[in-house]
Design a protein around this ligand. Structure first.
Ligand code: PMH
Length: 391
C-alpha cells in the first residue's frame, strides 16, 4: 500500500512532477531557440503546488516564473527560489519596496502608479525595479490602451531613474479558438503598440511577450521572445476546440483520490443524503467517500462517475460538506481506493471530463480543490513529500 504521510484523512491529490517536467521539455522543444519559457505558477500553480511546480519547471527549461499577486511571489522567494518572477497582476504602489527587496519584476500600466510608487522607494537605489509594461490589445483587463496613456506613462518614467523597463507584453483573448480574426487584430495592435512605445521611449525593450499556452503551442513563431505557459505545463489542453491542432504531447499531472469509509447494502426505496434526491431502485450497495464541497468537490458533481477497482461508480444523492455517497455494482471493502480524477485500472477520469460535467473549463478544476485536500508530490511513481495546509 502506498505510504502517504503526514495527513490523517483518506482524501488526497497527487501531483506528478515527472509529468510537469516532460510537459515543460516538450513545449520548450516546440519553440524557436530564441523563445524563453515562463512557467505560470499563479494560484498555487493552478492548484498543483507553486513551489514544487516552479522548481521542477526551472529544472526542465523554464527561465522565468509568473504569478498573479505579490503574496504569491513572496511565497516563492521564501522557498529560496531565485529565478526572475513577474507579478502579472496589479500591486499597490505602497508595496513596491517589498517587491524591490525581493528582486521581483512588476507589471506596470498606469503613469499615476509610477508617480506614487517612486515615493515608496529609497533614493540611491542599488538596483532599479524591473518592470514589464502591460498593453491592452483587446482583453480589456489591465494595460495601456491609448496614445495618451502611453505618453503619460513614458513621461512619468522619464522623471525617475528607479524603474527599468525590461519587457512589453499583452494578453490574448482568443488564442485557444480556431477562428483567428480577433487573434490577428490583437497581434496587429500589439505590434503597433511596441513600435510606438520603443520609438517614444527611445530604447529597444529586451523582452516582448504575448503568448499563453494556446499561442505557444500553435503560433510559437508569433510570440516574440517569451511565452507564458500555464495550463499546458499541467498537461491540460487550453481548449477542446484546438485539441486537433496541437502536436505537443501533454501528460496530466493532477489526480484526486479517496478511500471508502463505509459500505452498506440498502433495500429498495431508501433515500440518500440531504433532500433525498436519490432513492435506491432495488437492493443496492452504497459506499461513503470522505470528500465534499468544502474540499472543492462541489455539489454539481452529483451524478458524475468515480472509479473503484477500475470500474465506474456513480455519485448518488447530494454531495455534503465533507462526504458523498456512491453506488457500487458489487460489495467492495472499506479502505478501497476511489479515484475521483485520474487513472484506475484501464479507465481514466480526466480533468476535462470533470470540467464537461461542471460545464466549465479544465483550468477551474484543480484550482477549486481546496486547501483541505493535501497534495502528495509524486516523483518517479512514489511520494516525494506531502503538503498539508490544514496544520
Ligand atoms: N499570462 C497571463 C497574463 C495569464 O493571465 C495567464 C492565465 C497565462 C499567461 C497562462 O495562460 P495558459 O494557462 O492558458 O497558458 N490566466 C488565466 C486567467 O486569468 N483565467 O484563466 C487563465
Amino acid at each position: 500500500m502506498r505510504q502517504l504521510h503526514p495527513f490523517y484523512r483518506d482524501t488526497w491529490a497527487e501531483v506528478d512532477l515527472n509529468a510537469i517536467s516532460e510537459n515543460v521539455k516538450n513545449i520548450k522543444d516546440g519553440l524557436p531557440k530564441s523563445v524563453e519559457l515562463m512557467a505560470v505558477v499563479k494560484a498555487n500553480a493552478y492548484g498543483h503546488g507553486a513551489v514544487d511546480v516552479a522548481t521542477e519547471a526551472l529544472k526542465s527549461g523554464a527561465t522565468y516564473l509568473g504569478v498573479a499577486i505579490l503574496d504569491e511571489a513572496i511565497a516563492l522567494r521564501k522557498a529560496d527560489i531565485e529565478a526572475p518572477i513577474l507579478v502579472l497582476g496589479y500591486i499597490r504602489p505602497e508595496d513596491v519596496a517589498i517587491a524591490m527587496e525581493l528582486n521581483l519584476t512588476l507589471t506596470v500600466f498606469q503613469s499615476s502608479w509610477i508617480d506614487k510608487a517612486k515615493q515608496y522607494l529609497p533614493e540611491n537605489l542599488e538596483k532599479r525595479v524591473k518592470c514589464h509594461i502591460k498593453m491592452d490589445s483587446g482583453m480589456a483587463r489591465i494595460g495601456i490602451r491609448t496614445d495618451k496613456e502611453r505618453q503619460a506613462l513614458i513621461e512619468s518614467l522619464s522623471h525617475t531613474d528607479k524603474f527599468e523597463v525590461e519587457g512589453l507584453y499583452t494578453h490574448l483573448a482568443t488564442a485557444d479558438e480556431l477562428e483567428m480574426t480577433y487573434f490577428e487584430k490583437q497581434q496587429t495592435r500589439f505590434a503597433q503598440m511596441i513600435n510606438d512605445f520603443e520609438r517614444e521611449y527611445g530604447e529597444e525593450i529586451p523582452i516582448k511577450h504575448c503568448g499563453n499556452s494556446a499561442a505557444a503551442l500553435r503560433f510559437s513563431d508569433r510570440c516574440y521572445n517569451l511565452v507564458r505557459v500555464g495550463i499546458s505545463m499541467y498537461g491540460l489542453s487550453p481548449s477542446p476546440e484546438i485539441n486537433g491542432v496541437i502536436n505537443v504531447p501533454l501528460k496530466e499531472a493532477f489526480s484526486l483520490h479517496s478511500r471508502i469509509t463505509h459500505v452498506k447494502k440498502l433495500p429498495k426505496g431508501e433515500g440518500i443524503s440531504y433532500g433525498v434526491t436519490y432513492e435506491t431502485t432495488k437492493e443496492e450497495w452504497i459506499a461513503t467517500v470522505p470528500i465534499g464541497y468544502a474540499d472543492g468537490w462541489i455539489r454539481a458533481n452529483q451524478s458524475g462517475d468515480v472509479l473503484v477497482q477500475g470500474r465506474r461508480a456513480k455519485i448518488v444523492g447530494r454531495i455534503c460538506m465533507d462526504q458523498m455517497m456512491i453506488l457500487l455494482d458489487q460489495k467492495v471493502s472499506e479502505g478501497e481506493i476511489v479515484t475521483i480524477i485520474g487513472k484506475n485500472g484501464d479507465d481514466h477520469i480526466t480533468v476535462d471530463e470533470v470540467a464537461r460535467r461542471l460545464q466549465t473549463i479544465n483550468y477551474e478544476i484543480p484550482c477549486i480543490i481546496s486547501y483541505r485536500v493535501p497534495r502528495a508530490i509524486m516523483k518517479n511513481g512514489s511520494v516525494s513529500h506531502v503538503h498539508n495546509e490544514i496544520f
